[in-house]
Ligand binder design. Structure first.
Ligand code: ATP
Ligand code: F6P
Length: 456
């Protein structure tokens, strides 16, 4: 039976209208919402008005004066930019069956917001306003240093000059900023984050999908942290090429488990305390045995982290599946994300059961997760924005620790391979034989990958 996402059930279309002064994290929040929804198979897209403004204004160097509300040329370019972004969004809703569109702009005036509201209502789209309000000057300066001085608006501009100009740009915007508030905007659906969620005001949330978005945004934080993702040590089933089950670690798997504290310690770097880390495992023996030598107090078991349920194929090898269920074997290769084992699960099913894990991961700080091949692929796909058709085919070898360090618009990825051999459990498309991909990056440190688009 196909699994329908909530958007199909409710038949809703939502426009999230970002609100806030520059350097308040609007673009980052917008892109995280898009990444989260796409991961859940809900069609979402962000329309960044800054990119439209840059296209319209050409290569002209833009200074703070451009954003002066009395600068008529600047004003008309800005109005045109937001119009083009909303036109594209409406076309996307109509022609591509979009479900959640995000207008990423400052949208600071009541007039601008009421124009957008009218447009949404005329097109039967639910509007949600999402404001990020922040008066923490140190954080704002940090945000400017992190993402604004390197933006396309300041190519070849000295960072100190860019910072001053950006602060003047903010002052221009402040001149006509009208923040959302319950007294004036009681009829609007909105969420207002005050100083990165130290206070959150939520008003008139109606549909289920709106409430999912709101709940997700409420859980976001920007404290520096790391997430470690690893598979259990080599298991007895891995040695025989059997899938699923609840077998014990192999002798090499136990060696890996004993070595793990040292590997994790090395990966922590000097800045972290060993105690400041929580370990999550599945309920299966092989992940718990792998965690058993780790010296951390906080260890949590999650059923949601259990391996893909292979149903009737549990305990079989891929060769046996190919012989006994050739049609299923082919169907899985043809569409691995959607294929559901007889009496078992698909990758899509895993993503759905992982949603609470993602929510909790967003709330938490340093977490080390010991789980399984398919589950780890789904978690990695969320953090690194890997498309659904690719994620079930990613190579995630045994005895390899993956450390993710989320930054604004970037996630630093390091893979640390233990010097303890393990079999490969990787099955390429079109074969039942196991073997790692030739292109596998096995021991790369400090590989930097983009997980979100910097379109600031
Ligand atoms: P602009 O209007 O110039 O596009 P923006 O509001 O979209 O600015 P971003 O480019 O998203 O700002 O800023 C990213 C920075 O904001 C990151 O350094 C991130 O850590 C920080 N940030 C994320 N969430 C928040 C928040 N709720 N409040 C303040 N800063 C935040
Ligand atoms: O082989 C190890 C294993 O964790 C199995 O238990 C599971 O069925 C399989 O990997 C998932 O990987 P794939 O989706 O590539 O078959």
């Amino acid at each position: 039976m196909p699994v329908y996402s909530v958007s199909h059930v409710e038949n809703v279309r939502i426009c999230v209208i970002m609100v806030g002064l520059p350097a308040r994290g609007k673009s980052l929040i917008a892109q995280k919402i898009v990444r989260y929804l796409l991961w859940l198979s809900i069609k979402a897209k962000c329309f960044n008005v800054g990119s439209y403004r840059r296209q319209l204004a050409g290569d002209t160097a833009i200074t703070a004066e451009f954003f002066n509300p009395d600068n008529r040329d600047g004003w008309s370019v800005r109005v045109e930019a937001v119009n083009r972004a909303t036109e594209d969004m409406m076309r996307w809703f109509a022609e591509e069956n979009g479900v959640v569109g995000i207008i990423d702009a400052t949208n600071l005036t009541k007039q601008r917001r009421s124009d957008l509201l009218k447009l949404c209502r005329e097109n039967l789209i639910e509007p949600i306003f999402l404001e990020s309000w922040c008066d923490d000057q140190d954080l704002i300066l940090q945000n400017i240093a992190d993402v604004k001085t390197t933006s396309p608006d300041y190519v070849d501009v000295d960072p100190a000059v860019a910072t001053d100009d950006f602060l003047s740009r903010i002052s221009q915007y402040e001149r006509n900023y009208q923040t959302l508030n319950v007294a004036d905007d009681e009829d609007l659906t909105f969420i207002k984050l005050v100083n990165v969620g130290s206070q959150i005001i939520v008003n008139r949330i109606e549909s289920y999908l709106e409430s999912r978005i709101v709940y997700y945004v409420m859980n976001l934080h920007i404290k520096p942290r790391s997430i470690w993702l690893l598979r259990h040590g080599e298991s007895e089933y891995n040695l025989t090429g059997q899938i699923g089950g609840d077998s014990n670690l192999s002798e090499r798997g136990w060696r890996y488990a004993k070595k793990l504290p040292e590997i994790v310690l090395k990966s922590l770097g000097e800045e972290h305390e060993h105690t400041n880390l929580t370990v999550w495992t599945s309920t299966l023996k092989r992940t718990q045995q792998t965690a058993s030598f780790l010296p951390y107090q906080k260890k949590l078991e999650w059923k949601a982290l259990d391996e893909l349920d292979a149903g009737e194929c549990d305990g079989m090898t891929y060769e046996e599946i190919e012989q006994q269920f050739p049609e299923d074997f082919k169907a899985r290769d043809d569409n691995k994300y959607e294929y559901r084992y007889r009496g078992g699960e698909s990758y899509r099913d895993i993503v759905i059961r992982l949603e609470p894990i993602i929510m909790e991961l967003e709330r938490q700080e340093n977490i080390l997760i010991i789980t399984h091949q398919a589950v780890l692929r789904c978690l990695y796909a969320y953090f690194m924005n890997v498309p659904q058709e690719e994620s079930p085919w990613m190579s995630i070898p045994l005895h390899t620790l993956i450390k993710l360090e989320p930054r604004a618009y970037l996630t630093l990825v390091s893979r640390i391979k233990a010097d303890i051999p393990a079999v490969s459990t990787y099955k390429e498309k079109g074969t039942s034989q196991l073997g790692e991909l030739a292109s596998e990056v096995s021991n790369s440190r400090d590989l930097i990958l983009n997980s979100l688009q910097a379109s600031v």
